[in-house]
Design a protein around this ligand. Sequence first.
Ligand SMILES: Cc1ncc(C[n+]2csc(CCOP(=O)(O)OP(=O)(O)O)c2C)c(N)n1
Ligand SMILES: [Mg+2]
Length: 897
Amino acid sequence: MGGLDRGTASPTGGEAPDSDPEETRDWLEAFDAVIRVEDSARALFLLRQLDEHAKELGLVAAAAPFSAYRNTIALERQGIYPGDLAIEERLTAIMRWNALAMVVRANQAYGELGGHIASYASAAEIFEVGFNHFFQAARDGGGGDLVYFQPHSAPGVYARAFLEGRLSERQLGNFRQEVQGDGLCSYPHPWLMPAFWQFPTGSMGIGPISAIYQARFLRYLADRGLADTGNRRVWGVFGDGEMDEPESIGALSLAAREHLDNLTFIINCNLQRLDGPVRGNGQIIQELESLFAGAGWNVIKVLWGSEWDALFARDTQHALLRRLAATVDGEYQNLGAKDGAYNVEHFFKKDLEIQALVAHMTDGEIDALKRGGHDPRKLYAAFAAAKNHRDQPTVVLAKTKKGYGMGGVGESRMTAHQAKKLEVDALKAFRDRFQLPLSDEDVGALRFYKPPEHSRELGYLSERRAALGGPLPARRCECPPVTVPALASYAQFALTADGKEMSTTMAAVRMLGSLLRDRTLGARIVPIVADEARTFGMDSLFRQIGIYSPVGQLYEPEDAGSMLFYKEARNGQLLEEGITEAGALSSWVAAGTAYSVHGIAMLPFYVYYSMFGFQRVGDLIWAAADQRTRGFLFGATAGRTTLGGEGLQHQDGSSHVVAATVPNCRAYDPAFAYELATILGHGMRRMMEQQVDEFYYITMMNENYAQPSMPPGVEHDIIRGMYRYASQLPAQALSRVRLLGSGAILREVIAAAELLAQDWNVGSEVHSVTSFSELAREAADVERWNRLHPLQTPRRSHVERQLPGARLVIAATDYVRAYPRLIAPYVEGRFVALGTDGFGRSDNRPALRGFFEVDRHSIVLAALSTLSRLGDLPRQTASQAIERYGIEAEAAAPWRR
Ligand SMILES: Cc1ncc(C[n+]2csc(CCOP(=O)(O)OP(=O)(O)O)c2C)c(N)n1
Ligand SMILES: [Mg+2]
């Protein structure tokens, strides 16, 4: 294998034995001499030459993509531990206890509230080394590190905050009981604990990808001259099981490509996930090493604690190393769960050489051999090396034991993850194991423990955090507001469009182009695309604002001669993320939380294929909402019939339904450019000036049509979600109907109103609905208020005010019928919804709208047939319409095809 591992076997032990150890030693000594006499750069140069030469000779070295199964940092390079190990150990033990007590209490006294003990038990030293020595807090309102905490280790973070006096005993006692007052949330949730948690990590994989894009955004802000982020770092503590999530590993190469040496992952390799081993038949640490190294990361393995140092020093023939490398994780877990005697019998005695190495050790000493992730000295060296490493992000792979210290109820047990109810004996054993100053009664009552106020322990704890700038985690909310330009300055063309043809996408891009020129707001805007800028006509921005690249542009672009050439620049403003919706969304979150993370309000616009948003990365959007992200999501090429030719996987008919379920997402489906402009202006004022923690989802279409000018007095109703656009009242109308439409289908509704008047003598009102979800929310508020105030005059919702009385309402959109039906319970009259339920398919717009029965004829038919069934029109009217418009009555429903 490569130069690092000095002849150890591959993890499965399959390497040929050394046929001439003396010769091997000569070579290695010569190599050592080069490093000693010259330097490591020279040594690496020689190594590369050898490798090249071997390839020339046709020898392909079968080098494993990972190093030997030992610590990356040799003892000689470990350095001195700067902390007080004894105090830190006592503090860690106390936090372990309080975290455990919190979870056991929540499950004993209050039923099945859940919670986890084993994860923090494995991560405690990792967290403590970070808290005591590395994680910088913001000083003087600025700077500080960004730390992502493994979600189900949250009890440990609370336990520390309790010792710091930031959380009370009562709060700890209210872990996972948030409804009555200030309980603590299960996992990090900024929505629920806005002054405490910064980053939501509860859904596996979201932490890692977010951490990478936050680290990249630190660079972006600095490169654009907006903030000095040079000494800020991102630390992320994640699980080894969590690394199986595509999001966890999907952006690793970006971090390496952009040389994000401000980023450190610490992966808690306890070798287990929820159900069992992460890689029972393999070695997750070696696998992760090759993955990260292959992606271009600096990898530091922390596998063995200091107790092993002497053993390794004597292991000159690498017998021990070979054995360790040949042991699979399932076996490590098994050994971890068993005592010293079992380990001697089943591990050390398997090989005579190894047996000799430990011959002088008692079973107790063997038992006390720790894994590296539980040794602050080893961890400190790794964190320090990560911090000092240049040009690459670093991952620390820390080998730990799940349920460390839990003994028979959890330590390295298959069921460790789920253990949350401990019997008194187990609790006492835990107390004894960590020498906690607790009486039997304290243990029985699961009393939280806090050392006296002026104890050395608490003094040390606060001193360490003071040296690092204060307590963590802490989320800031304050940020200077940014003034938004007047609507007329960027949207006049839309307000007075006067029938000019354009799509809402074109209008949006034009407004964005103008906003980018605004002196105050312009620089704060962060346009983001995932390789679809040309699709949305945003390629003009390439030249106007440049595409962000930390190295500028190292080539002459092919289109250099053109006006709108592909310009990459170090101070480029546009984030062109490539084909990664998850990455683009993570960038959007980084920019949209800059007001809190950096105290500088940025305004991200992520423009994407609407189908690949809520459906594709909905969980990231949910986390963004939790994180109080402010910004715009533009769901472009929206609608199931408006994006004609793209077919089944591209045509979105559901995003508005999902958007409606995100409480702080304001979602709109505007039909006209002036509606879009009004919503945009409103959203910007809310987020940038009033600093409300909400975000805006706006669907935009690629269909060109005549854009009317804005009628007077509709501004507020556009924001509320609906206004009356037009009325048709033929003389002697036989009946009347209300027609509601949103987005591109509004034009079909308008056309239907005309047909109803001309062909059938039926009058109508046309309402443009900009947001069924906003209407439904307000109506639900009103309904609830009325329910809770039975003796007061009932309030009326906007829906009720706009649609009073029992008149028939027909609503049609380019989304599934569930979307307009959001308001059905609040409409007094009969409510009929038309929509695009079913699989999309390719065709032109009229064909698709006919197929999904949201075209003008289908709307007319829906009105006539309901009116005739209600007895308002003669019975044969509907069948006349079917015949007149050539509607295929026997075809299967679109949602069945
Ligand atoms: C997306 C997602 N899927 C599943 C879960 C449920 N879950 C929480 S923790 C966990 C196991 C985590 O294992 P690992 O990452 O190895 O962390 P450990 O607890 O071992 O430190 C699972 C499956 C989740 N939180 N998020
Ligand atoms: Mg794990």
